[in-house]
Design a protein around this ligand. Sequence first.
Ligand code: NI
Length: 177
Amino acid sequence: MTIRTVLRMGDERLLQRAAPVGEFDTPELHGLLADMRDTMQSLNGAGLAAPQIGVARRVVIFGVQHNSRYPDAESVPETVLINPLVTPLDGGIEEGWEGCLSVPGLRGLVPRHALIRYQGRDEYGAPIDRTVSGFHARVVQHECDHLDGILYPMRIQDMTKFGYTEELFPGREMQDE
Ligand code: NI
């Protein structure tokens, strides 16, 4: 278990397409996930993709616990998602504010599919198949974008809605993905 350095925007490794995981329930995969969890927790993140710690594999983790300080924040179950497939469903596009551990201190307004189905496997190879909306759908799309070398600023349409968290949301603590 190790807290790893999170790569920041500008590092070419964040722009690569990650390779699928071929074997599940291996010491290598469990070790990667332990490092990802430690790293995400140390930074109070809502999600993390393996490429963000320099591992070019199609592995993401995410999860948001209900927090009494932010009763309106939607909770998202703690999830390990490997080799994901995201399918947009007919729910339209929704804009929402995002942050990213690889783009520290900034937020941007990003359009995402409001309703998606996502499939993949957990670390033991068990299938995952969920249909989700809202913030849960947003987090999944953000994390899976990392596997294709896409960072959220590349999806912002109105660049006037991109800036420093402290200026955009004075006094508010926010989690990054
Ligand atoms: Ni991110």
